[in-house]
Write a protein that binds this ligand. Sequence first.
Ligand code: ADP
Ligand code: MG
Length: 250
Amino acid sequence: MIRVEDLHRHFGGFRAVDGASLTIREGSITGLIGPNGAGKSTLFNVIAGVLPPTSGKVYMDGEDITGLPPHALFHRGLLRTFQLAHEFASMTVRENLMMVPGQQTGETIWKTWFKRGQIWREEDALRRRADEVLDFLTIRHLAHEKAGNLSGGQKKLLELGRTMMVDAKIVFLDEVGAGVNRTLLGTIGDAIVRLNRERGYTFCVIEHDMDFIGKLCDPVIVMAEGKVLAEGSAADIMQNEEVIEAYLGT
Ligand code: ADP
Ligand code: MG
């Protein structure tokens, strides 16, 4: 589904991504691991159009998508989750879901003036979809909670929920487990697996918790110093001498 070819992203003279090549198979939950500073987040940002590459190519379903802006990728179903923006903190969880970009168009403003009946029906459909998402993620009880009051893990669930408001094909998750308690990490893992099996989402997940990676991800890709060091099942990766050395060396 995604093919990355000899990707580079340099910052000044520093090679954060230094010739990375990899593929993400459709229907997989692919794990991306590696020591701090390996270039994982930078790679995500280049794939998701947040940062232009210095050189190299990114393909989606065989089509060159290198350097396309995030909104263009969004329309192709390629999403990268982001921490909730500051201005959304005072909105409720359900309102946050209903505000997902792509739902709002310039035309909508006109409709509010000329087609009040229609806009209400659209809002209704959006609200129903938001509630379905909340049910799916088992957080319907948080619908009216202000997003700013959520715990770290609940925020991650909401970020995941936002990808469900559009028809995502592939979702990139950066450090899903950071600052999340084990119970919620389990809930997030379950949601990922169900989205994968029931809705056909492909995932690429950066995470440090090897338990989580081991349970969810196949294959696992290991990055070190801006390059792909190894790829395989979680069990194979954890026994790979080069991988162990890369982690010990930092
Ligand atoms: P990871 O996510 O694997 O921990 P990152 O992709 O965040 O690694 O960072 C890789 C390297 O690139 C790090 O050494 C980091 O300091 C550097 N880096 C990341 N972003 C920038 C930037 N905007 N400017 C300069 N250096 C950066
Ligand atoms: Mg990172």
